[in-house]
Design a protein around this ligand. Structure first.
Ligand SMILES: C[S@@+](CC[C@H](N)C(=O)[O-])C[C@H]1O[C@@H](n2cnc3c(N)ncnc32)[C@H](O)[C@@H]1O
Length: 259
């Protein structure tokens, strides 16, 4: 089972709210490129829907049926004109073939980090290159690893930290989410353990959900070499969604074109 299918996809949007400024940035990228845009790892449609609302046709691919089910529910509530600009399909970014090319391919919200092995990363970049038009752009973001945080969670795992607190959209109970991370520097992998407690009015936990998430972090020059190895040229690397300079420990926002 895909790790995102272990998440209660119905609560995903309550705590996974993106990186500051990302929606406006990706919508702007989409408006500049025009239709159609491809989003890999589109999840519940957090970026895809605003792109379509901005008048751009968008195809969203995701590996997880339950995340796609939430995206489809959300799309069904949109007006028919916006809906007609959206296509959703289950698929894996390492192995997809749509038989068409795009002026823009995006991988928002660090989804590239779900590629856990070099072969997976190279396979995805190969498929992306194949689906990009000659003047097309690949735009994506990943977090820039902070050595102090990695070290804190190496050899046993970090302490439990609060992730989010919200009202469950279906049960209307209070939910508190917690997480702890464990880093394996040899594999460059972080295992994040998310725990969601649903409580009744007395504060008694009536349901607990445990959701592991595995990420392979990438360093700045590793990403640059990987892009170049896979036939891309770096057009820009920003440190945030306001197009600020790259800074250690912030965000890596990449814009790459075909070499
Ligand atoms: C962090 S969420 C991002 C969702 C959405 N792009 C957003 O910005 O809110 C990562 C998504 O990537 C999907 N995913 C992970 N690995 C994938 C793969 N190999 N191919 C396609 N989708 C994948 C997950 O199912 C999940 O929906």
């Amino acid at each position: 089972m895909d790790e995102y299918d272990r998440i209660d996809a119905g609560i995903y949007d309550c705590y996974a709210t993106g990186v500051s400024g990302d929606v406006a940035f990706y919508v702007d990228q989409a408006k500049r490129s025009g239709s159609p845009v491809l989003e890999l790892g589109c999840g519940t449609g957090r970026i895809l829907i605003p792109v379509a609302e901005a008048g751009v046709e968008v195809v969203g691919i995701d590996r997880s049926p339950s995340m796609l089910a939430v995206a489809k529910e959300r799309v069904a509530t949109l007006n028919s004109e916006v809906r007609s600009r959206i296509e959703l399909a289950q698929g894996d970014m390492r192995d997809f073939s749509l038989g068409r090319r795009f002026g823009l391919i995006v991988i928002p919200y660090r989804s590239f980090l779900h590629l856990l092995a070099t072969d997976d990363q190279r396979a995805a970049l190969g498929r992306i290159r194949e689906h990009l038009g000659d003047a097309g752009r690949l735009v994506f973001n990943v977090f820039d690893p902070r050595l102090d945080l990695l070290q804190q969670s190496t050899g046993g795992g970090s302490e439990l930290r609060k992730l989010a607190e919200f009202t469950h959209p279906q049960t209307h109970r209070r939910v508190v989410g917690w997480y702890a991370s464990s880093c394996d520097p040899l594999r460059q992998v972080i295992e994040q353990y998310n725990v969601f407690d649903q409580m009744d009015d007395q504060g008694t936990v009536v349901a607990r959900q445990y959701v592991p998430l595995t990420l392979r972090y990438v360093f700045r020059y590793e990403m640059q070499h990987l892009l170049e190895l896979c036939g891309f040229k770096v057009d820009a690397l920003y440190g945030d969604f306001e197009r600020g300079p790259f800074r250690y420990g912030g965000e890596q926002v990449w814009v790459a074109v075909k070499r």
